[in-house]
Design a protein around this ligand. Structure first.
Ligand SMILES: Nc1ncnc2c1ncn2[C@@H]1O[C@H](COP(=O)(O)OP(=O)(O)O)[C@@H](O)[C@H]1O
Ligand SMILES: [Mg+2]
Length: 367
């Protein structure tokens, strides 16, 4: 296969700016050198030339020094309501192809209420919610306690702790205010969903996202998808998008202070404590439903190349509900949820990373 020159773009945690009064979990979602080094290593092993650089506003100048074919984007960036869309926006303006989702998808998915509005429009189940911008808003009468509070535009469990679960109006007002003040953004209030926790990773694209080389030839699955085991469950998911088996995050071994939630403490510090079960021990019915819903969310948010959708399965009804979609899912070797799910499906870390690159190359008509 043709080899490419790849710009590996990252935001290292060690380079993140710091502010007075920042929360302890600030920048939890940024990467460390090891994560970036592992991605670089496997892209090189895939035969590509890799040039790594911090994604920032000087990117156009830095990129112009090389002849780059495609960027591998892992940048979350630091400021603004649509920070994860900033590098895709710069790359679009430069007409440089890149891995992962584009500006629209990144902006919508980073803003949880906006992503929920889009999902609800498409009939995808997601908890009832209200977005609190000032914190003074009257609570929607459809929302019944217990309610769950989280920052609208964070990830990696930031701002999530036992206090996120509010059992009365006083707790809710306090937590909403804390959330708005601490994270300087609206607070999302949702129905609290009691139930088991799952996440589904995806690799590939919807057929219509792929640039066709000829109108007669339907897009073929990329190599990483073909190499994987045959699908265990039939669904309408196209051959060009692989949905990994559900990964269950069993939080029962975690300290009781974390209240059975996948908090920033667990994601950042205690990530070895939960039991990660993949394929999750679930019925074919729930597996099949989550698989279709994950692909549905991928399509609704117009994601490309890879993404991960988080679920809870409601204890009372047994129905899966979508908590959020992550087009910029973490890619830490051996640790990140999508990496574990890929491994359980016969797609090791090197195949996953090169599969993401191949998906982007194919989507852009480069292979
Ligand atoms: N509505 C909810 N009901 C119950 N738990 C929730 C709810 N929303 C989030 N959580 C818990 O908080 C965790 C993180 O929430 P999530 O929306 O996935 O944000 P993040 O971007 O931080 O991963 C979830 O994995 C789950 O444990
Ligand atoms: Mg999540």
């Amino acid at each position: 296969m043709k080899k490419f020159t790849v710009a590996l773009l990252y935001n290292l945690k060690q380079n993140a700016p710091h502010h007075e009064n920042e929360p302890w979990d600030a920048w939890n979602e940024l990467d460390n050198e090891k994560t970036v080094g592992n991605i670089e290593r496997v892209l090189r092993a895939g035969g590509h030339e890799v040039i790594g650089m911090e994604g920032d506003v000087t990117l156009p100048q830095k990129l112009s020094r090389y002849k780059i074919d495609i960027a591998f984007n892992t940048c979350e960036m630091h400021y603004g309501a649509s920070r994860e869309a900033q590098i895709p926006a710069i790359l679009d303006a430069l007409r440089m192809p890149y891995t992962g989702s584009g500006v629209l998808s990144m902006s919508l998915s980073l803003d949880k209420p906006m992503a929920k509005r889009v999902m609800a429009f498409h009939g995808l189940p997601t908890p009832l919610f209200q977005n609190f911008v000032t914190g003074e808003e009257k609570l929607d009468s459809k929302l019944k306690f217990p309610l769950f509070v989280k920052p609208s535009r964070e990830g990696s469990g930031m701002g999530i702790s036992a206090k996120s679960v509010c059992r009365n109006a006083r707790q809710l007002r306090e937590q909403v205010k804390w959330c708005i003040d601490t994270y300087r953004q609206p607070a999302l209030v949702e129905e609290y969903i009691e139930g088991r926790e799952f996440t589904l990773g995806m690799l590939g694209n919807l057929p219509w996202s792929i640039k066709r080389r000829s109108d007669d030839v339907p897009p073929a699955p990329i190599a990483a998808l073909k190499a994987a085991k045959p699908k265990q469950i039939q669904s309408q998911v196209p051959d060009t998008l692989r949905v990994f088996p559900p990964l269950e995050i069993d939080l029962s071994p975690c300290p009781p202070e974390e209240a059975g939630l996948y908090t920033s403490v667990i994601k950042g510090k205690l990530y070895e404590v939960p039991k990660y079960l993949c394929p999750a021990p679930v019925s074919k019915r729930i597996w099949g439903k989550m698989e279709k819903l994950a692909a549905g969310a991928f399509a609704a948010l117009e994601c490309t190349d890879f993404a991960r959708v988080d679920f809870r399965v409601r204890q009372d009804t047994g129905e899966p509900t979508i908590l959020e979609i992550n087009p910029l899912a973490g890619l830490q070797e051996g640790i990140s949820d999508i990496v574990m799910a890929g491994e359980a499906d016969g797609i090791g870390f090197a195949a996953l990373i090169n599969g993401i690159l191949d998906a982007a190359l194919q989507r852009n008509g480069l292979i």
